[in-house]
Ligand binder design. Structure first.
Ligand SMILES: *Cc1c(COP(=O)(O)O)cnc(C)c1O
Length: 359
């Protein structure tokens, strides 16, 4: 029986990449060393890093005036790095609140500036994304921050907000590289690796050149985007192994047909699951149809008493890590790039059988 991992992160990686890591690990290209043992200042590692950046640029069709920064910290570190680097003395910033992760960014942002909550869906239980017509943007804000895929509530923006001249800053952690995105619409994009890029221990920031300015006084030097960009992410020892695996994932995506292919697959996978959820009355989903995430699909059973039965039987069928986040409860199936269509078909078959037996 084949096993499938629906974890929201650290998440499933392509089987092909895991096999490649296994094969290349003991002796990286005849160096007699594993990639983990190579000096980060060696020409070999310099090659790995620059290839990873090139492949990422090609996948995203990234304009030349954007820098790619590989950071050792997770996505959470950017909640501090963004105000420290982008406020530039301005006391205010705009934040959109759409769920758990955007709220965390707001809490952190408040340590540095007056946060204007442009719009919030807290009142309606995070079931929908507030349309831009209801946003109260402040033209004096240093930037506008939002999270384009709320991993926990399962909301995804299928449109890019228009903030005029105010730089748009986005947390793309949980749907980065799942479809083509016009990066030129953003001032700064960041994403943690362990959702859709590779192993934990890395985050990636794409920063428009004109936003690279000296950070606020007192900023820890590793949290300074400008210095990181100038040092090509080598201010200190970068997470070499993680960057290598991320690079292998970029090449895997390219072999599959790039971001258009990822989008086709994720439409197919999420379509299978949402169509199934909509067809019966047994399982419930809370998110408005237009805002449903293609990456993270939360759903509820008729009673929480069935949760542990469902999880146990699912695991017996090779379907793992379906427990929802403790904030929303219930179940959650994450359908990242590396999740094959067969995994979703196996899940839907199991769910349908479970419904027959317990419905
Ligand atoms: C997982 C996640 C984070 C937190 O990532 P860390 O790497 O643990 O800091 C932030 N934002 C989003 C959207 C996430 O999915």
């Amino acid at each position: 029986m084949r096993a499938f991992n629906f974890s929201a992160g650290p998440a499933t990686l392509p089987t092909e990449v895991i096999t490649q890591v296994q094969q290349e690990l003991p002796d990286w290209r005849g160096t007699g060393m594993s990639v983990m043992e190579l000096s980060h200042r060696s020409p070999e590692f310099a090659g790995i890093l620059s290839q990873a950046e090139l492949d990422l640029r090609e996948l995203l069709d990234l304009p030349d005036h954007y820098r790619v920064v590989f950071c050792q910290e997770g996505a959470s570190a950017h909640w501090d790095m963004i105000p420290l680097n982008l406020l530039q003395g301005n006391p205010r910033a705009d934040y959109v609140e759409t769920g758990h992760w955007s709220t965390r960014a707001i809490e952190e942002g408040r340590r540095y500036c007056t946060v204007n909550i442009v719009a919030s869906n807290r009142g309606d239980g995070c079931g929908a994304i507030p349309p831009q017509s209801e946003w109260r943007l402040d033209p004096r804000a240093a930037y506008v921050h939002y999270c384009s895929n709320e991993t926990i509530e399962g909301l995804e923006f299928f449109w890019v907000p228009d903030t005029g001249p105010v730089p748009l800053v986005v947390d793309m952690s949980s749907h980065f590289l799942s479809r083509p995105m016009d990066i030129s619409r953003f001032g700064l994009v960041y994403a943690g690796a362990q959702k859709n890029i590779g192993p934990a221990g890395l985050s990636i920031a794409l920063i428009r050149d004109d936003l690279l300015k000296p950070a606020a006084p007192g900023t820890p030097f590793l949290m300074d985007y400008q210095r990181q960009a100038q040092a090509h992410s080598m201010l200190n020892t970068p997470p070499t192994f993680t960057i290598w695996v991320a690079g292998l994932v970029f090449q895997w995506i390219r072999r599959q047909g790039g971001l258009r292919a990822m989008e086709r697959l994720s439409r197919e996978k999420s379509g299978l699951l949402y169509d199934f959820l909509d067809a019966g009355g047994f399982y419930r989903t809370q998110v408005r149809r237009e805002d449903r995430s293609r990456m993270n699909v939360p759903f509820q059973l008729p009673t929480p008493a069935l949760d542990s039965v469902f999880l146990r039987e699912a695991a017996q069928n090779g379907l793992h890590q379906l427990r929802g986040h403790r904030v929303v409860g219930g179940m959650r199936a994450s359908l990242y790039n590396a999740m094959p269509v067969e995994g979703v078909k196996a899940l839907v078959n199991f769910m349908s059988d479970f419904e027959r037996r317990y419905g």
